[in-house]
Design a protein around this ligand. Structure first.
Ligand code: ZN
Length: 194
């Protein structure tokens, strides 16, 4: 570990507080604190994507330990596409007005979008649905299209932190409906909607 890095791999969630963690601090075996808020869109647009509450921070660390790390252990090195997203970042990403409030679980710190080079997206989703140690709230295989290659799309995974309620275990796909050309949500892991 680098000298400027503190080891928070085993720190209890309730002891973690905003302002006390440095970007390089280790929150699980292979993930550092900054990876939970990193966003190219945020830096490019000068949008603040720091945690707004300790609850969001703790939910994201829990997600790193219970979702991101088990996937790393199974499939090897990767960087999550996206973990926490502030309301401001959501508005930029989705081109919404200031009055709009996102209900995405990314804004609560409890969802991540993941893809691993060389691992078909639907396989990653399938593995996660069966192997995450504390289960999951939602897994959505998003925009996977075998015609575009096995790595097309990504997997959205959420897990509720302790005290955050019961995980629903919803398994969904967000895929193209070949008749209309539109993307729709369907139950289960599917490569298309028809
Ligand atoms: Zn997502």
């Amino acid at each position: 570990m680098p000298q400027n890095s503190k080891d928070h791999r085993k720190t209890a969630l309730e002891k973690l507080k905003r302002g006390q963690l440095d970007p390089q601090d280790q929150v699980s075996d292979n993930f550092r604190f900054y990876e939970l808020t990193a966003s190219q869109t945020a830096s490019r647009n000068n949008v603040d994507n720091n945690f707004e509450s300790d609850e969001q921070l703790r939910a994201a660390v829990y997600l790193a330990r219970k979702v991101m790390q088990p996937i790393r252990d199974q499939f090897g090195r990767y960087s999550p596409n996206s973990v926490y997203r502030s309301q401001a970042l959501e508005r930029v990403l989705k081109s919404k007005p200031r009055s709009w409030i996102s209900t995405s679980q990314h804004t609560l710190g409890c969802a991540c979008d993941v893809e691993v080079a060389g691992v078909p997206t639907i396989e990653l989703a399938s593995w996660a649905s069966e192997n995450l140690p504390d289960g999951f709230d939602q897994i959505i295989c998003e925009c996977y299209d075998p015609a575009q290659g096995p790595n097309s799309g990504w997997v959205h995974i959420s897990v509720l932190p302790p005290g955050g309620g019961r995980n629903r275990g919803n398994l969904l796909s967000y895929v193209r409906d070949r008749r209309t050309g539109r993307y729709v949500y369907v139950q289960g892991l599917r490569a298309d909607a028809s």
